[in-house]
Design a binder for this molecule. Structure first.
Ligand code: ADP
Ligand code: MG
Ligand code: MG
Length: 902
């Protein structure tokens, strides 16, 4: 029988699947002796059972009874007791942290009787009534689904009525009145009384947490973060401790080191006489941990001790929630903390230097996505800027855009192509849509741990928070700052690394990390204008160098011109995995192809092809020069011919008009006939790739001759050209065999002409299911394979990418058919199975057959891990992504077997 309830003393940090992140870490803290209030975790399995059956499993009720009684016995207090009531919080906690996504109910166990017990026991009547009104408010909103504004409004009315500036100014009397009002709201809205029985409150709250797994907000967040919908959440039931028992109590959040610089030293926000979310909600301005040291040296010392303990134990930056109840420290939550991209690299190398982790482990602490963030341009330090204010730098980057004040404006302006900055007093989960489309987020309240900061960091969106010099007036649609009145549509610029906010457009420039990637460490350091940036460049260099040392897969680039190739090489590309020759036939040269198509006789066609030869030879000579000494895979012409010909409709109209006027142009008429003849219903599945090469004699031959002659020329010039000839869209070994025979003939001939041997590798793309499935046959004729995962995805799914992405991908992501576009991240189950089959088939014929991938997936972190595990020798990606692929290939090797996405 399933066990649905785990005491904190029973679990550990590795049980996140079962206990959720929060539960697993509460158990771990309990295990290492930190002061965690007694409690237990209801497993995600119970939530899954609830979702499946529509009710909680009956055994769960029994197990909860046992666990509650154990707590009651341990601390000598009872749920609902008239004298010393036990109160608990009911907290959600899924495997992956979902900030603000699911609500927590505090103070469960209070009712009309126990509120008096609480007053008596705490000696603080005001506190007791405040706790009760919080329970009704949170319970009403989260469990009973009552509009939270009703409570908020009643609270505001009460404050106005008695002239209280903040919540703290309300007296016990006021709060007792408020409880009556709140109970009235519950009665009016639900038609029943606020549940008085503590166990009923507890059961209802547990069920509500289960239910909250499926709210709109939670689903939206999961979709963005690609968290599966069927994991379910755990529920933590935790003995309440009170930060709102007067000035010697308080609540706070902290990091074991600075989450944006990585510098060691504790870091956090504290609020005296407060409970729960007060500290991050921005309702009152918070104190720093240094202030806490002044206020309560003993608790502060204990807190530092606990944080050091956590950092040693987890060997990583941790963030925590804590509460001090009358001078006694309680730990309420910890997890390995989120951090900015720059901090991730710096923290990783700092931990290596502190001998807490190895360099291999350091690779597990950073990601390609983080590296790519660091490659983004930044504001030009030398440019004229008008500073509006400086506040907390919460999430790095440089964002320039129009002010918008809400989701609707954000969506409307971005749909119209504008870049926007979402400006709010503070954000909450309802602002998620606006945050997603915005380039930057600016808030006037809240700290580095506020909702805006945490969510923006998670999304990689630039954010500046807590800019209290800014007055956001949503009613008047105004933003007042530095004596100016700004309106939606006015342009501002945010520097998420310094916290600066500027008026108007600010020019952006390359990041020093990008300079390092392209021009080396010296240049990167020279481009850094402060110590923090220099540290970052050094950290990236150390981590990336280690990745290069440990990775098995080579990283090549997709580049069509010598210039692109040079750029890729600078960034560390170890070859070209894909040179698309068709790009060389566009523009001015399109007419040559037209001649090839229009040729009436083989002689005419050969003449047209002959004209192309010197041009192609020059392209390849340049490319091979740029890539001297490195393998350079040149793909023979791939896309359908009609792409090189004029548009059918346009040409038809032109010819019709000309005929009307009696001015018939023979060339146009012939061209039209050809275009009509070649028109295809499904060009993607039509005459292209090797099919075209076999259909139009001489086309591939020309390209192969150009490659051969360019190779000869480079060798004669003392170079070391290493071209590889790649045949696209092969489905049958016979196709490759025909091309190969012809190619070998040409290579031999050119070799003879130049007195050299031209033994160039000839291989093919594996981009059709049939090629993957018959790879053992195709390997007989191939010197290498390159998986073309774009076309392989199209042909495996039967998707025409250009048609489906706009038509229904949004729906498919919405309804969960897809969790991410298979064109972005390789569909490991489907397309990946064909890749594996291709690898296996190919190597069964030739055990050392060289294999790589040249689809866009070659630059996608998750896909790179797949390719490593599938046994490929290299990935090839766009030049910009080369450093990311180097890092991820290194991570894949260092983390083999671990879940790199966790
Ligand atoms: P979230 O997942 O949104 O962080 P939590 O479950 O951590 O939600 O709880 C919300 C707030 O309530 C936090 O500030 C937390 O520290 C506080 N809290 C939760 N349980 C208790 C408790 N038993 N005693 C005091 N405060 C609590
Ligand atoms: Mg929390
Ligand atoms: Mg293709």
């Amino acid at each position: 029988m399933a066990k649905y309830v785990y005491r904190f003393s029973e679990g550990n940090k590795d049980q996140k699947d079962l206990l959720g992140g929060k539960g697993a870490n509460l158990a771990e803290m309990t295990k290492i002796g930190l002061p965690v209030p007694p409690g237990f975790t209801i497993t995600t399995e119970a939530c899954r059972a609830y979702m499946r059956d529509g009710h909680v499993p009956p055994e769960l009720r029994v197990e909860v009874t046992m666990a509650v009684r154990e707590i009651e016995d341990a601390i000598g207090r009872r749920l609902g007791d008239f004298h010393e009531p036990l109160l608990v919080s009911v907290r959600s906690g899924a495997k992956f942290s979902m900030p603000g996504m699911m609500e927590t109910v505090l103070n469960v166990g209070l009712n009309d009787a126990s509120v008096k017990g609480l007053a008596e026991f705490s000696g603080d009547e005001r506190f007791a009534w405040d706790s009760y009104r919080r329970l009704i408010q949170m319970f009403g909103k989260t469990v009973l689904d009552i509009d939270g504004d009703l409570f908020a409004r009643a609270l505001d009315e009460k404050k106005t009525a008695v002239g209280a500036a903040t919540d703290v100014d309300l007296s016990a009397e006021d709060l007792r009145d408020l409880v009556a009002v709140f109970k009235g709201i519950v009665q009016d809205e639900t038609g029943r009384e606020f549940p008085q029985h503590p166990r009923e409150q507890l059961d209802m709250a547990i069920e509500a947490v289960f239910g909250s797994w499926n709210t709109e907000r939670a689903r939206l967040y999961r979709r963005r973060e690609r968290i599966p919908n069927d994991l379910g959440t755990a529920v933590n039931v935790v003995t309440m401790v009170f930060g709102n028992l007067g000035e010697t109590s308080g609540t706070g959040v902290a990091f074991t080191r600075d989450p944006s610089t990585g510098h060691s030293g504790v870091y956090g926000d504290y609020l005296a006489n407060a409970q729960g979310e007060d500290v991050v909600s921005g309702i009152r301005n918070t104190l720093s941990l240094a202030d806490l040291e002044q206020l309560d040296p003993a608790s502060s010392a204990e807190l530092r001790q606990a944080m050091r303990r956590l950092e040693t134990h987890y060997r990583d930056l941790c963030d925590i929630e804590f509460t001090i109840e009358r001078g006694k420290l309680w730990m309420l939550q910890t997890r390995v903390g989120k951090r900015t991209a720059g901090a991730a690299f710096r923290i990783a190398t700092q931990l290596v230097d502190e001998n807490l982790i190895t360099m291999d482990e350091a690779l597990g602490r950073v990601s390609g996505a983080q590296l790519s963030q660091l490659l983004f341009p930044q504001f030009d330090g030398g440019a004229e800027k008008e500073l509006l204010t400086r506040a907390m730098a919460a999430s790095p980057g440089a964002a320039v855009g129009e002010i918008v004040l809400d989701n609707a404006q954000a969506l409307e302006r971005t749909a119209a192509g504008a870049k926007v900055i979402l400006v709010r007093r503070e954000t909450n989960p309802d602002d998620l849509q606006g945050m997603i489309v915005a380039d930057g987020v600016l808030t006037s309240r809240g700290g580095k741990t506020s909702h805006a900061a945490v969510v923006a960091r998670g999304m990689g969106t630039t954010a500046v928070v807590g800019a209290d010099a800014i007055d956001v007036d949503v009613t008047k649609k105004e933003v007042r700052v530095a004596g100016k009145v700004l309106h939606p549509g006015d342009v501002i610029a945010l520097d998420g690394t310094t916290g600066e906010v500027f008026l108007g457009e600010v020019p952006v420039m390359d990041s020093p990390v990008m300079t390092y990637i392209s021009d080396g460490l010296e240049a990167g350091l020279a481009a850094s204008n402060d110590d923090a940036t220099r540290e970052l460049v050094e950290a990236v260099d150390r981590v990336l160098t280690h990745a290069d040392d440990v990775r098995r897969m080579k990283v090549r680039a997709n580049a069509d011109t010598a210039e692109d190739a040079r750029r890729a090489r600078q960034r560390g590309a170890e070859g070209i995995g894909l040179c698309r020759t068709e790009h060389q036939f566009l523009g001015m040269r399109r007419e040559y192809i037209e001649h090839v198509v229009l040729a009436q006789t083989p002689e005419d066609r050969d003449a047209a092809l002959t004209d192309l030869l010197p041009l192609q030879r020059q392209d390849f000579t340049d490319l091979l020069g740029a890539m001297d000494g490195l393998p350079t895979t040149i793909r023979l012409i791939d896309p359908p011919l009609h792409e090189f010909l004029p548009d059918l409709t346009e040409l038809a109209v032109k010819v019709a008009v000309a005929e009307e006027k009696g001015q018939v142009d023979e060339h146009d008429v012939a061209l039209l006939a050809a275009v009509q003849r070649m028109h295809e219903q499904n060009p993607m599945l039509g005459l292209r790739g090797v099919r075209l090469g076999l259909k139009v004699p001489g086309l591939f031959a020309l390209q192969i001759r150009a490659i051969a002659e360019a190779t000869a020329a480079r060798r004669e010039a003392g170079g070391n050209p290493l071209p590889e000839i790649m045949v696209p869209l092969v489905g049958s070994v016979r196709e490759l065999q025909i091309v190969r025979e012809e190619a070998e003939g040409i290579l031999a001939e050119v070799g003879r002409e130049h007195g050299i041997t031209l033994d160039l590798p000839i291989g093919c793309m594996i981009e059709l299911p049939r090629a993957a499935l018959t790879a053992h046959r195709i390997a007989e004729e191939a010197d290498f394979f390159s998986f073309g995962t774009n076309d392989l995805t199209q042909t495996t799914w039967g998707f025409s990418r250009d048609d489906v992405e706009g038509a229904f991908f949004a729906d498919y992501l919405e309804n969960g058919v897809l969790t991410i576009s298979p064109f972005e991240t390789l569909d490991a189950d489907g397309v990946g199975a064909l890749v594996r089959a291709g690898v296996e088939g190919g190597r069964s014929t030739k055990p050392h057959l060289h294999m790589g991938v040249c689809g866009e997936h070659g630059g996608d972190p998750e896909s790179i891990h797949f390719f490593h595990n599938a046994g490929l020798d290299y990935v090839s990606c766009s030049p910009f992504r080369v450093p990311i692929a180097r890092l991820e290939a290194g991570r894949a090797a260092a983390m083999a077997g671990e879940d790199a996405t966790a």
